[in-house]
Design a protein around this ligand. Structure first.
Ligand SMILES: [Zn+2]
Length: 127
């Protein structure tokens, strides 16, 4: 039998961005209440100890995400802090994924970024 789990930890940040190539109002500097999710996958549960029955403790995912939120995302202009010239949701999702991968988050599956209640994206790398 093969089985797997996909768990996620949500994070939020308030930030500005502008899309210099856009042909509408997103060209102007503006802000969003962004919501992100980090997805971690696994096919075995931890067998003993305080994390028994988990793929990973949600607090451990948070420990990877929180420094990014504090140092690059929350109450910043994303064009400045991420180095992205055109920080769309898609580009930001990939940027967060790369940072988490660089930091060594095991089981990293995908990163979701929502810029409004009804619009967002999810980035994952082909295996
Ligand atoms: Zn926007």
């Amino acid at each position: 039998m093969s089985e797997d789990w996909l768990i996620y930890k949500e994070f939020r940040f308030e930030a500005a961005h502008q899309l210099p190539h856009h042909d509408g109002k997103c060209r102007r500097l503006h802000g969003h209440s962004w919501v992100g999710r980090v997805y971690v996958s696994g096919n075995t549960l931890i067998q003993d100890g305080p994390k028994q029955g988990m793929i990973m403790d949600y607090a451990d995912i948070k420990a990877y995400v929180y420094p990014l939120v504090e140092d690059y995302l929350d109450h910043y202009n994303l064009n400045d802090t991420t180095g992205l010239e055109n920080p769309t949701s898609e580009e930001i999702a990939r940027w967060v994924f790369d940072k988490l991968e660089e930091a060594g988050l095991a089981g990293l599956h995908s990163v979701e970024i929502r810029e409004t209640c009804t619009a967002g994206c999810r980035y994952q790398r082909a295996p």
